[in-house]
Design a binder for this molecule. Sequence first.
Ligand code: AMP
Length: 532
Amino acid sequence: MAERPTFGIDLGTTYSCVAHLDEFGKPVALPNSMGEYTTPSVVYFEDSAGVVVGKPAKNELNREPERVVQYIKRHIGEPDFFIDVEGRKYYPAQISSLILSALVDDALVALDIEPPASGPIADVVITVPAYFGGAEREETRKAGELARLNVLSIVNEPTAAAIAYGLLNKGGERTVLVYDLGGGTFDVTIISVSAAEIRAVSTGGDRHLGGADWDAKLVDLFLEKFEEQCPDAPDPRTDTEAAGALVLTAEAAKRDLSARAKYGTSVTAHTSRAKFDITREEYEELTEDLVERTLHNTESVIDAAAAKGVTSIDEVVLVGGMSRTPIIAARLAERLRVRFPGLADPKLSDPDQIVAKGAALFAASKVAESYDGSSGSGVPTREALLGGKVPKIINITSRGYGLRTYRDPKDQEGYISWQIRPNDALPVEHRDTYRTLFPHQTEVDITLYESATDELNETVAVNKELAKAVLSGFPPNQPAGQPLEVTFSLGDESILRVHAVGPTGKDLHVEVKIAGAAPAAELAKPLPRIVK
Ligand code: AMP
């Protein structure tokens, strides 16, 4: 029987990482073809038939930035978003699938495994930010399937980090705040961790805040310094190559300033050159508002945990490459100690690999659950895997689900009556009674909505319509105010089930598989091959 490996994949906005469990059941990251453990989530369209993924693709920002796609994760699940390359549309799920394919190809080479000619090449768990909604999760799963992966589960990044952290750092029951600042997204989650259970308590974040924003601030600063020194030179952004190089230099400066007090660089655009230093102080001042945004989000998540009765934080774990920035840990500690005075310093915990490692642990436990020990495929048993102690994982929803309701017969616009709220533990079920608005009403329109973010807003227009259905068969000639009972249930797999029962006991079942945004026909088109 062909060996089908099991991987955990952290599909990041800027960098991705693949991990598996070694023969001792220990999670380890796998190197890519360049011997590195993280791979830039960047795709370069070399020509219509071939793409390059990873560091060589990122380097093309210097040469042909218009053929380079980065930060695609920021757009996954977004309606109508695609990238046009020479007249062909590429949807985020397709670009993500190219990244996944390249990651898994390299992982197979590292393990010396030949992929099968057909069928899935690996069993995987892919991680996503906790605040991703149904469409983003579904589209990430689609990306995995397009890359010929058997997607066992889509798991929240902070939950994966907590799995690895909780299992690798033994201790009693404790509440951990995971602050995850990656290249493109920010995610903060409070999790209660024990040997038996990993339970997410509250989560929040900003899908449009990450290292790339720090880079962009530095690019602006470079441009200012360039203009000071070369006032007569044209804008460097009109020099395509210089513009691409500026972004790469900004990232290098940012990384360097995490370790050093000063960074010296030069910018050459058109035929002019400026040379200057940037101090860490200058950089910290420049990006203070971005740090403040993460702290504001963190406080909201702490408030949400407190509303659920979790009022203490025992440990703070920093994940994501950006957490290496010293000022971030310092500001976070300072702010948290206002509420939790004795709190220990935040711990930087294997920030680049911990999410993939947690995903690998979760994937292996999923495979071990269904393994009967007879196939000899080399899958460790559940006992062998984690000393028999696979914790139970309890996730929460980051979105709300509800239906459109009207205040009175004159109310044209209506509002959303939320049934499932962000941070509800999954699976969740909630029932409520609604009433008909008009006399002689024999049917009711039921329109289901998902909240756009982790904050609920009653206004219909700012939320996302998921499905419409009609509950009919109400007895005729009745006054207004006939009751109907509506039950919402949401499991772990992005399927919302709604059950409505009217006064005659006639009922309506609506099942919404929250779909991704890209058209199926487009996703079915063959993709370019990956060129090394
Ligand atoms: P991740 O998505 O978790 O891989 O995080 C990647 C982000 O972390 C990118 O924006 C990197 O530029 C940034 N990063 C990586 N190393 C460092 C460092 N030493 N200091 C500051 N930022 C870093």
